[in-house]
Design a protein around this ligand. Structure first.
Ligand SMILES: Nc1ncnc2c1ncn2[C@@H]1O[C@H](COP(=O)(O)OP(=O)(O)OP(=O)(O)O)[C@@H](O)[C@H]1O
Ligand SMILES: [Mg+2]
Length: 338
Protein backbone atom coordinates (compact mmCIF):
# COMPACT_ATOMS: atom_id res chain seq x y z
CA UNK A 1 0.00 0.00 0.00
CA UNK A 2 2.80 2.41 0.97
CA UNK A 3 6.29 2.28 -0.46
CA UNK A 4 8.86 4.63 0.95
CA UNK A 5 11.74 4.58 -1.51
CA UNK A 6 15.16 6.01 -0.69
CA UNK A 7 13.77 8.90 1.30
CA UNK A 8 16.25 11.42 2.73
CA UNK A 9 15.50 14.58 4.65
CA UNK A 10 17.58 17.15 6.48
CA UNK A 11 16.80 20.26 8.49
CA UNK A 12 18.88 23.40 8.58
CA UNK A 13 19.57 24.67 12.09
CA UNK A 14 21.62 27.87 12.45
CA UNK A 15 22.89 27.42 8.91
CA UNK A 16 24.03 23.87 9.60
CA UNK A 17 22.46 20.86 7.90
CA UNK A 18 21.09 18.30 10.38
CA UNK A 19 20.30 14.98 8.70
CA UNK A 20 17.02 13.49 9.92
CA UNK A 21 16.47 10.62 7.44
CA UNK A 22 19.12 8.93 5.29
CA UNK A 23 18.03 6.76 2.39
CA UNK A 24 15.10 5.12 4.16
CA UNK A 25 13.12 2.50 2.24
CA UNK A 26 10.24 0.45 3.57
CA UNK A 27 6.91 -1.02 2.57
CA UNK A 28 3.71 -1.02 4.59
CA UNK A 29 1.09 -3.57 3.53
CA UNK A 30 -2.61 -2.85 3.34
CA UNK A 31 -4.37 -3.58 6.64
CA UNK A 32 -1.31 -4.17 8.78
CA UNK A 33 -0.10 -2.40 11.91
CA UNK A 34 3.43 -1.28 11.11
CA UNK A 35 5.64 -0.03 13.92
CA UNK A 36 8.65 2.27 13.71
CA UNK A 37 10.82 2.29 16.79
CA UNK A 38 13.88 4.32 17.74
CA UNK A 39 15.27 6.54 20.46
CA UNK A 40 14.60 10.26 20.71
CA UNK A 41 15.89 12.17 17.68
CA UNK A 42 16.09 9.05 15.50
CA UNK A 43 13.82 10.62 12.88
CA UNK A 44 10.58 8.77 13.68
CA UNK A 45 8.31 11.81 13.58
CA UNK A 46 10.01 13.09 10.46
CA UNK A 47 9.47 9.72 8.77
CA UNK A 48 5.82 9.38 9.72
CA UNK A 49 5.20 13.00 8.66
CA UNK A 50 6.54 12.26 5.17
CA UNK A 51 3.52 9.94 4.83
CA UNK A 52 1.14 12.89 4.76
CA UNK A 53 3.74 15.37 3.51
CA UNK A 54 3.73 17.44 6.68
CA UNK A 55 7.43 16.98 5.89
CA UNK A 56 8.52 16.84 2.29
CA UNK A 57 11.47 14.54 1.56
CA UNK A 58 14.60 16.12 0.01
CA UNK A 59 14.85 13.09 -2.24
CA UNK A 60 13.16 9.75 -2.73
CA UNK A 61 9.56 8.79 -3.36
CA UNK A 62 6.54 8.08 -1.20
CA UNK A 63 4.19 5.83 -3.15
CA UNK A 64 0.67 5.23 -1.90
CA UNK A 65 -1.26 2.67 -3.94
CA UNK A 66 1.32 3.22 -6.64
CA UNK A 67 1.02 7.05 -6.83
CA UNK A 68 3.91 9.24 -5.76
CA UNK A 69 2.32 11.64 -3.26
CA UNK A 70 5.27 14.06 -3.53
CA UNK A 71 4.00 14.81 -7.07
CA UNK A 72 0.38 15.43 -6.03
CA UNK A 73 -1.29 18.72 -6.90
CA UNK A 74 -2.78 20.77 -4.06
CA UNK A 75 -6.22 19.33 -4.71
CA UNK A 76 -4.95 15.76 -4.85
CA UNK A 77 -2.97 16.28 -1.66
CA UNK A 78 -6.01 17.71 0.13
CA UNK A 79 -8.14 14.73 -0.74
CA UNK A 80 -5.31 12.30 0.13
CA UNK A 81 -4.81 13.96 3.52
CA UNK A 82 -8.50 13.66 4.23
CA UNK A 83 -8.09 9.89 3.90
CA UNK A 84 -5.06 9.90 6.20
CA UNK A 85 -5.78 10.37 9.89
CA UNK A 86 -3.17 11.26 12.46
CA UNK A 87 -2.99 11.14 16.25
CA UNK A 88 -0.32 12.73 18.42
CA UNK A 89 1.44 12.33 21.74
CA UNK A 90 -0.08 15.52 23.11
CA UNK A 91 -3.46 14.95 21.45
CA UNK A 92 -3.55 18.38 19.67
CA UNK A 93 -7.22 18.99 20.45
CA UNK A 94 -8.79 22.42 20.12
CA UNK A 95 -9.10 23.58 23.73
CA UNK A 96 -11.93 26.04 23.05
CA UNK A 97 -14.11 23.38 21.41
CA UNK A 98 -16.07 20.61 23.11
CA UNK A 99 -15.47 16.93 22.46
CA UNK A 100 -18.29 16.82 19.89
CA UNK A 101 -17.07 20.02 18.21
CA UNK A 102 -13.52 18.66 17.94
CA UNK A 103 -14.83 15.57 16.18
CA UNK A 104 -17.28 17.58 14.04
CA UNK A 105 -14.54 19.92 12.83
CA UNK A 106 -12.88 17.73 10.13
CA UNK A 107 -16.32 16.69 8.87
CA UNK A 108 -17.42 20.29 8.42
CA UNK A 109 -14.14 21.16 6.69
CA UNK A 110 -14.92 18.85 3.80
CA UNK A 111 -18.10 20.78 3.00
CA UNK A 112 -19.55 17.52 1.71
CA UNK A 113 -22.00 16.46 4.40
CA UNK A 114 -25.37 17.73 5.53
CA UNK A 115 -25.78 18.77 9.17
CA UNK A 116 -27.79 15.62 9.86
CA UNK A 117 -25.07 13.43 8.32
CA UNK A 118 -22.43 15.19 10.39
CA UNK A 119 -24.38 14.73 13.62
CA UNK A 120 -24.95 11.07 12.90
CA UNK A 121 -21.26 10.52 12.19
CA UNK A 122 -20.23 12.38 15.38
CA UNK A 123 -22.58 10.16 17.42
CA UNK A 124 -21.18 7.05 15.76
CA UNK A 125 -17.58 8.09 16.40
CA UNK A 126 -18.16 9.02 20.03
CA UNK A 127 -19.83 5.69 20.57
CA UNK A 128 -16.88 3.90 18.94
CA UNK A 129 -14.40 5.54 21.34
CA UNK A 130 -16.82 5.22 24.27
CA UNK A 131 -17.17 8.93 24.93
CA UNK A 132 -20.87 9.44 24.21
CA UNK A 133 -21.40 10.63 27.78
CA UNK A 134 -18.68 13.29 27.47
CA UNK A 135 -19.69 15.03 24.25
CA UNK A 136 -20.20 18.49 25.76
CA UNK A 137 -17.04 18.55 27.87
CA UNK A 138 -13.95 20.58 26.98
CA UNK A 139 -10.53 18.89 26.59
CA UNK A 140 -9.33 20.39 29.89
CA UNK A 141 -12.07 18.42 31.65
CA UNK A 142 -10.86 15.06 30.29
CA UNK A 143 -8.19 12.58 31.36
CA UNK A 144 -5.26 11.88 29.03
CA UNK A 145 -6.81 8.63 27.84
CA UNK A 146 -10.13 10.35 27.12
CA UNK A 147 -8.33 13.11 25.21
CA UNK A 148 -6.60 10.53 23.06
CA UNK A 149 -9.97 8.88 22.40
CA UNK A 150 -11.22 12.23 21.10
CA UNK A 151 -8.04 12.42 18.99
CA UNK A 152 -8.82 8.98 17.57
CA UNK A 153 -12.48 9.84 16.87
CA UNK A 154 -11.39 13.03 15.09
CA UNK A 155 -8.74 11.17 13.07
CA UNK A 156 -11.32 8.60 11.95
CA UNK A 157 -14.01 11.16 11.09
CA UNK A 158 -13.52 11.05 7.32
CA UNK A 159 -13.10 7.28 7.21
CA UNK A 160 -9.37 7.28 6.48
CA UNK A 161 -7.56 4.35 4.87
CA UNK A 162 -4.41 5.09 6.81
CA UNK A 163 -3.90 6.13 10.43
CA UNK A 164 -0.60 7.63 11.54
CA UNK A 165 0.17 7.50 15.26
CA UNK A 166 3.05 9.62 16.56
CA UNK A 167 3.84 8.38 20.10
CA UNK A 168 0.09 8.21 20.72
CA UNK A 169 0.46 6.52 24.11
CA UNK A 170 3.70 8.07 25.38
CA UNK A 171 1.93 10.55 27.63
CA UNK A 172 -0.33 7.90 29.18
CA UNK A 173 0.02 5.57 32.16
CA UNK A 174 0.48 1.83 31.46
CA UNK A 175 -3.16 0.88 31.98
CA UNK A 176 -4.50 3.70 29.81
CA UNK A 177 -1.85 2.84 27.22
CA UNK A 178 -3.26 -0.69 27.08
CA UNK A 179 -6.81 0.55 26.59
CA UNK A 180 -5.77 2.91 23.77
CA UNK A 181 -3.70 0.17 22.08
CA UNK A 182 -6.70 -2.12 22.39
CA UNK A 183 -8.91 0.46 20.72
CA UNK A 184 -6.39 0.91 17.87
CA UNK A 185 -6.25 -2.85 17.29
CA UNK A 186 -10.03 -3.05 17.33
CA UNK A 187 -10.26 -0.28 14.73
CA UNK A 188 -7.56 -1.94 12.63
CA UNK A 189 -9.56 -5.19 12.57
CA UNK A 190 -13.06 -3.81 12.21
CA UNK A 191 -12.32 -1.33 9.44
CA UNK A 192 -9.24 -2.93 7.87
CA UNK A 193 -7.50 0.36 8.53
CA UNK A 194 -3.74 0.40 7.92
CA UNK A 195 -1.88 1.82 10.91
CA UNK A 196 1.65 3.21 11.02
CA UNK A 197 2.66 3.73 14.61
CA UNK A 198 5.85 5.20 15.98
CA UNK A 199 7.08 4.64 19.48
CA UNK A 200 10.24 4.39 21.57
CA UNK A 201 8.80 1.45 23.53
CA UNK A 202 9.22 -2.16 22.47
CA UNK A 203 6.21 -3.07 24.65
CA UNK A 204 3.94 -1.06 22.33
CA UNK A 205 5.40 -2.82 19.29
CA UNK A 206 4.94 -6.21 20.96
CA UNK A 207 1.31 -5.48 21.86
CA UNK A 208 -0.06 -4.33 18.51
CA UNK A 209 2.33 -4.44 15.55
CA UNK A 210 2.63 -7.02 12.80
CA UNK A 211 5.93 -5.75 11.47
CA UNK A 212 8.49 -3.29 12.77
CA UNK A 213 11.33 -1.12 11.49
CA UNK A 214 14.13 0.16 13.69
CA UNK A 215 15.41 3.65 13.04
CA UNK A 216 18.80 4.78 14.33
CA UNK A 217 19.97 8.34 13.64
CA UNK A 218 17.92 8.55 10.47
CA UNK A 219 19.03 5.16 9.18
CA UNK A 220 16.74 2.13 9.03
CA UNK A 221 18.89 -0.55 10.63
CA UNK A 222 16.53 -3.50 10.89
CA UNK A 223 13.03 -4.50 9.86
CA UNK A 224 10.89 -7.60 9.84
CA UNK A 225 8.05 -9.45 11.50
CA UNK A 226 7.76 -8.45 15.15
CA UNK A 227 8.35 -11.98 16.47
CA UNK A 228 11.55 -12.34 14.47
CA UNK A 229 12.93 -8.91 15.38
CA UNK A 230 11.99 -9.25 19.04
CA UNK A 231 13.23 -12.79 19.56
CA UNK A 232 16.32 -12.57 17.37
CA UNK A 233 17.37 -8.92 17.17
CA UNK A 234 20.37 -8.40 14.91
CA UNK A 235 21.38 -4.77 15.39
CA UNK A 236 22.91 -3.52 18.65
CA UNK A 237 20.21 -0.84 19.02
CA UNK A 238 17.42 -3.38 18.52
CA UNK A 239 19.02 -5.61 21.13
CA UNK A 240 19.20 -2.67 23.54
CA UNK A 241 15.53 -1.80 22.96
CA UNK A 242 14.46 -5.43 23.49
CA UNK A 243 16.62 -5.65 26.60
CA UNK A 244 15.09 -2.46 27.97
CA UNK A 245 11.56 -3.83 27.73
CA UNK A 246 12.46 -7.29 28.90
CA UNK A 247 15.81 -7.60 30.65
CA UNK A 248 17.63 -10.85 29.88
CA UNK A 249 21.21 -11.80 29.09
CA UNK A 250 22.55 -12.28 32.61
CA UNK A 251 22.49 -16.06 32.34
CA UNK A 252 26.27 -16.54 32.11
CA UNK A 253 26.74 -14.49 35.29
CA UNK A 254 23.90 -16.28 37.07
CA UNK A 255 25.24 -19.73 36.19
CA UNK A 256 28.76 -18.71 37.33
CA UNK A 257 27.25 -17.64 40.65
CA UNK A 258 25.36 -20.91 40.95
CA UNK A 259 28.63 -22.66 40.16
CA UNK A 260 26.89 -25.44 38.22
CA UNK A 261 28.58 -27.27 35.38
CA UNK A 262 26.75 -27.80 32.11
CA UNK A 263 26.14 -25.82 28.94
CA UNK A 264 23.65 -22.99 28.68
CA UNK A 265 21.00 -23.17 25.98
CA UNK A 266 18.62 -20.49 24.89
CA UNK A 267 15.25 -21.89 23.82
CA UNK A 268 12.70 -19.92 21.86
CA UNK A 269 9.06 -20.99 21.70
CA UNK A 270 6.54 -19.32 19.43
CA UNK A 271 2.86 -20.19 19.10
CA UNK A 272 0.91 -23.04 20.72
CA UNK A 273 4.11 -24.99 21.47
CA UNK A 274 4.84 -22.38 24.18
CA UNK A 275 2.30 -24.09 26.42
CA UNK A 276 3.39 -27.68 25.72
CA UNK A 277 5.61 -29.64 28.15
CA UNK A 278 8.50 -29.79 25.65
CA UNK A 279 11.24 -29.39 28.28
CA UNK A 280 9.88 -32.28 30.28
CA UNK A 281 9.60 -34.52 27.20
CA UNK A 282 13.16 -33.83 26.10
CA UNK A 283 14.48 -34.18 29.63
CA UNK A 284 12.85 -37.60 29.80
CA UNK A 285 14.04 -38.69 26.36
CA UNK A 286 17.67 -37.74 27.10
CA UNK A 287 17.60 -38.54 30.85
CA UNK A 288 18.63 -34.97 31.64
CA UNK A 289 17.63 -32.14 33.90
CA UNK A 290 17.12 -28.51 32.87
CA UNK A 291 17.73 -25.71 35.28
CA UNK A 292 15.86 -22.57 34.14
CA UNK A 293 18.26 -19.67 34.64
CA UNK A 294 16.19 -16.81 33.24
CA UNK A 295 13.49 -16.20 30.75
CA UNK A 296 10.30 -14.57 29.65
CA UNK A 297 6.91 -15.87 28.63
CA UNK A 298 4.31 -13.60 27.14
CA UNK A 299 2.48 -12.63 23.97
CA UNK A 300 3.50 -10.97 20.75
CA UNK A 301 0.17 -9.51 19.67
CA UNK A 302 -1.98 -12.62 20.28
CA UNK A 303 0.74 -15.19 19.71
CA UNK A 304 2.17 -16.78 22.85
CA UNK A 305 5.95 -16.94 23.04
CA UNK A 306 8.65 -17.86 25.47
CA UNK A 307 12.38 -17.41 25.51
CA UNK A 308 14.27 -19.10 28.31
CA UNK A 309 17.88 -19.87 29.08
CA UNK A 310 18.41 -23.26 30.66
CA UNK A 311 21.43 -25.04 32.00
CA UNK A 312 21.75 -28.70 31.06
CA UNK A 313 22.17 -30.81 34.17
CA UNK A 314 23.54 -34.35 33.97
CA UNK A 315 25.52 -36.26 31.39
CA UNK A 316 25.44 -33.86 28.46
CA UNK A 317 24.59 -35.59 25.22
CA UNK A 318 25.70 -34.60 21.77
CA UNK A 319 24.41 -31.02 21.56
CA UNK A 320 23.52 -31.36 17.89
CA UNK A 321 21.11 -34.19 18.78
CA UNK A 322 19.60 -32.10 21.54
CA UNK A 323 19.17 -29.16 19.18
CA UNK A 324 17.55 -31.44 16.62
CA UNK A 325 15.17 -32.81 19.25
CA UNK A 326 14.03 -29.28 20.17
CA UNK A 327 13.84 -28.48 16.47
CA UNK A 328 11.36 -31.33 15.98
CA UNK A 329 9.05 -29.49 18.39
CA UNK A 330 9.68 -26.23 16.47
CA UNK A 331 11.62 -24.89 19.43
CA UNK A 332 14.72 -22.96 18.41
CA UNK A 333 17.73 -23.98 20.47
CA UNK A 334 20.95 -21.95 20.56
CA UNK A 335 24.09 -22.58 22.54
CA UNK A 336 24.77 -19.58 24.79
CA UNK A 337 27.76 -21.04 26.58
CA UNK A 338 29.41 -24.46 26.21
N1 LIG B 1 11.57 21.32 12.55
C1 LIG B 1 12.83 20.95 12.78
N2 LIG B 1 13.85 21.79 12.62
C2 LIG B 1 15.12 21.41 12.80
N3 LIG B 1 15.49 20.18 13.18
C3 LIG B 1 14.53 19.29 13.38
C4 LIG B 1 13.15 19.62 13.20
N4 LIG B 1 12.41 18.51 13.47
C5 LIG B 1 13.29 17.55 13.80
N5 LIG B 1 14.56 18.00 13.75
C6 LIG B 1 15.77 17.21 14.01
O1 LIG B 1 15.72 16.05 13.18
C7 LIG B 1 16.11 14.88 13.88
C8 LIG B 1 14.99 13.89 13.89
O2 LIG B 1 13.90 14.44 14.66
P1 LIG B 1 12.50 13.70 14.87
O3 LIG B 1 11.63 14.66 15.56
O4 LIG B 1 12.04 13.15 13.59
O5 LIG B 1 12.94 12.51 15.85
P2 LIG B 1 12.04 11.54 16.71
O6 LIG B 1 12.60 10.18 16.50
O7 LIG B 1 10.62 11.75 16.42
O8 LIG B 1 12.36 12.00 18.21
P3 LIG B 1 11.39 11.98 19.52
O9 LIG B 1 11.31 10.55 19.95
O10 LIG B 1 12.13 12.82 20.50
O11 LIG B 1 10.07 12.56 19.13
C9 LIG B 1 16.57 15.38 15.25
O12 LIG B 1 17.96 15.59 15.19
C10 LIG B 1 15.83 16.68 15.43
O13 LIG B 1 16.54 17.55 16.27
MG1 LIG C 1 8.98 12.38 17.53
Amino acid sequence: MIDIEHVSKHYVVDGIAVPALSDVSLRVEQGEVFGIIGVSGAGKSTLVRTLNLLERPDSGRVLVDGSDITLFSKTQLRSYRRKTGMIFQHFNLIGAKTVAENVRFPLKLTGEYTTAEIEQRVDELLELVELSGHRDKYPAQLSGGQKQRVGIARALANRPKLLLCDEATSALDPQTTQSILHLLLDINRRFGLTIVLITHEMDVIRAVCDRVAVLDQGVLVEQGRVAEVLLHPQHALTRALVQESCPQGESAKISARLNLPGPLLRLTFLGAITHQPVLQRIAAAFALGFNIIEGVIGHIKETPYGQITVQVIGAVPDLARLEAAFGEHSVRCELVQP
